[in-house]
Design a protein around this ligand. Sequence first.
Ligand code: BEZ
Ligand code: FE
Length: 293
Amino acid sequence: MRNINEDTITQAVIASFADCKNARLRTIMTSLAQHLHAFARDVHLTEDEWFKAIEFLTEVGHITDDKRQEFILLSDTLGLSMLVMSQNNRKPANCTEATVFGPFYVEGAPLYSNGDDIANGAKGAPCYVKGQVRGANGKGIPNAQIDVWQSDEEGFYDVQNFGDEGHSVHRARGRLKADAEGYFNFRSILAEAYPIPHDGPVGRMLQAVGRHPWRPAHLHFMIEAPGYERLITHVFREGDKYLDSDVVFGVRSTLIVEWKRHEPGTAPDGRNLDAPWYTLDYDFVLNPLEVHA
Ligand code: BEZ
Ligand code: FE
């Protein structure tokens, strides 16, 4: 393998994978080399631009740690996360659509019962959420496991609060079980739009290409039940000004719902609230797992 030039380099790289024992890895590396080289040829990448890209990726790596995943943000903002999620979560039209997972899920969030307040001190207008988890046949799915998480009124998730309490206090997130008919309800706070972390290289990339870093207000759900595919999705707030320009391309029309505003008065849990409060009703339809004979 000598005297390789710009016309023969792609084939040479592909040939270098010939002895790869893992067939899937060979397929991926071959396609990666083809597309990467095609891209460099297409834009006639300069050496300066190549070096800028190396510096950018190096910075993405340097800012990434167990609390900040800049590579996922990069994937999200380039639409790769949504593409990979979509092609791996195709569902029948009557099932609830999935969307991006995002970086703010935390395993082992507190367990709550139906009716509980999951805000746990997170700031925001009270919001009462209820719904049903069912199958495509319309029947409720008993005891479906529901994970929910959201940001506070300032647009921060609890895990972004690096104060004294660190990560030990879970706010506006929790796990609960639907009842025997699949119904669930809890109190939380009103979801608000927020910018994804944009003080790093991904934020600079967004600025350079003239994009904003905002996500429309949403509530994250992960729902699991035996015999059904796990559903990872959000419910988005109708009227949000970022619904048509979500920085991570996650919005689906079927997931947009009105959060109803109520004047001060008696809330669904009997409390007398002296400020406006909200209700959100949304039902989820899970896709049955394929049964292989
Ligand atoms: C989120 O909704 O939590 C999220 C998704 C992608 C990037 C940043 C945040
Ligand atoms: Fe989010």
